[in-house]
Write a protein that binds this ligand. Structure first.
Ligand SMILES: Nc1ncnc2c1ncn2[C@@H]1O[C@H](COP(=O)(O)OP(=O)(O)O)[C@@H](O)[C@H]1O
Ligand SMILES: [Mg+2]
Length: 414
């Protein structure tokens, strides 16, 4: 079971303001779409705002049926704002409803923030549609209860795949995830009314059966600055280790804050290390601080690349990816690239094949014990490194290049 993920409140200040305002010349407040939506918004107001979004409005009883009474066996995970359960909607829940698996998030309404985050998710995900954003199917707003119903993502979140599994994600899968996540952010930043995601991290990146990325958890998302405004000033919310330093210091939020967080996740994918890891020696606890000295020098790749990749990756692509991460993590937001440029760079890396061995062919010699009459012939085993790396690096490749997996623990000859 996954514990509550870190989400930290740093400082407070809560309006949208511009460069002029900061310089002491107030300008009229902008009309952000979440502005004016009070905490006491009625169900009617909500359905008017979401007209045309085709969201289902569920009752609590229906969602109880869908999740078998929010049973422990259906528990999927928990972030800062409540548990998420697997469920199935369909005829049994409501007559005529198409059957499909769903994930149901139950908001923990301790404090006013809970309702606001719930509202932000409904409003953003209700309106935005993109292959790399999780689809919101509906919601429940009943008395004090606030729930959200999403499409179910079979492979759960990226954090679990990177840090809680014995198996290691292959290089091509890591790149695919980086590209998908970058496309999700690029879509938000490039929307007609740009959106800043604000809580980009591995536990908010969900994965479908084929590792297609869908960003979830829009509770902290914000409308981007409009007109002459250079940033949105807001209470600093986010997750330590992922949030951009200037945002933590000033509360000034821009799309480039998301780009910094993207750089952190890219570094997690490349190094296999967590953004903050209390179990490591103090100098290595903060991933960005530890990695910085290695980022500018392509020759130092081997010192930061995830050893569990076991050398099976394109060196050229990894060097470019490290350089992209380095740009995203620039101290100056202006030097960080736009997400659309990052998509282009990372997509081009998918074509690099140096260092990636398509498959290894082994001949497995049977132990015939000198019995020539009944001699068994060698068996040929072929392992596709990209698809079968889930046998894990330690099992698959000993230092001498032979397999160690139990299937091949007989005498091996390359
Ligand atoms: N649609 C989904 N499909 C599968 N698992 C999900 C889904 N949504 C959330 N989860 C699981 O629940 C966890 C918490 O969800 P999240 O939306 O991030 O909640 P919070 O707002 O509390 O952080 C995720 O990290 C993931 O493991
Ligand atoms: Mg979350």
């Amino acid at each position: 079971m996954q514990g509550r993920s870190r989400r930290t409140l740093f400082i407070g200040c809560c309006t949208a303001c511009s460069a002029e305002e900061v310089a002491g010349k107030p300008v009229p407040k902008q009309d952000l779409s979440l502005h004016g939506l009070s905490a006491s918004l009625s169900l009617k107001d909500l359905s008017v705002s979401l007209r045309g979004s085709n969201l289902h409005v569920f009752t609590l009883a229906e969602l109880r049926t869908a999740t078998q009474g929010f049973s422990g066996g259906n528990f999927l995970g928990e972030g800062g704002f409540g548990p998420v359960y697997k469920g199935v909607i369909g005829e049994r829940v409501r007559a005529g409803m198409e059957a499909q698996p769903v994930a149901v998030k139950l908001l923990d309404l301790d404090g006013a923030q809970g309702h606001r985050e719930w509202l932000a998710e409904v409003m953003f995900l209700g309106k935005l549609r993109h292959p790399n954003l999780v689809r919101l199917i509906g919601y429940c707003y009943e008395n004090e209860q606030r729930l959200l119903v999403y499409e179910y993502m079979v492979k759960g979140n990226l954090e679990n795949h990177l840090f809680h599994r014995f198996t290691s994600l292959p290089w091509s899968t890591r790149l695919k995830i980086a590209v998908g996540a970058a496309k999700g952010l690029a879509f938000l930043h490039g929307a007609e009314k740009p959106v800043i995601y604000r809580d980009f991290k591995a536990s908010n990146i969900l994965l479908d059966s084929d590792y297609t990325v869908k960003l979830s958890d829009f509770g902290l998302a914000k409308d981007g600055p409009e007109g002459d405004n250079t940033h949105v000033s807001t209470r600093v919310m986010g997750t330590q280790g992922y949030a951009a330093p200037e945002y933590i210091m000033t509360g000034h939020l821009t799309a480039k804050s998301d780009v910094y967080s993207f750089g952190v996740v890219l570094l997690e994918l490349l190094t296999g290390r967590r953004s903050v890891d209390g179990k490591r020696p103090s100098r290595e606890r903060n991933l960005v601080e530890w990695a910085r000295p290695y980022l500018k020098d392509a020759g130092k790749l081997s010192q930061i690349i995830d050893p569990s990749l076991d050398g099976v990756y394109s060196i050229k692509a990894a060097q470019k990816a490290v350089s992209t991460a380095s740009q995203c993590l620039s101290h100056s937001p202006k030097l960080r690239p736009q997400m659309s440029a990052i998509v282009e760079t990372l997509e081009s890396l998918l074509d690099f094949t140096d260092g990636i061995v398509g498959s290894l062919v082994f001949s497995v010699e049977p132990d015939n014990d000198g019995d020539e009459a009944n001699e068994k012939s060698p068996r040929i085993a072929e392992i596709n490194l990209e698809t079968n790396l889930h046998f894990s690096h330690t099992e698959m490749r000993a230092g001498n290049g032979f397999l160690r997996h139990p299937l091949f623990s007989e005498k091996l000859k390359k």
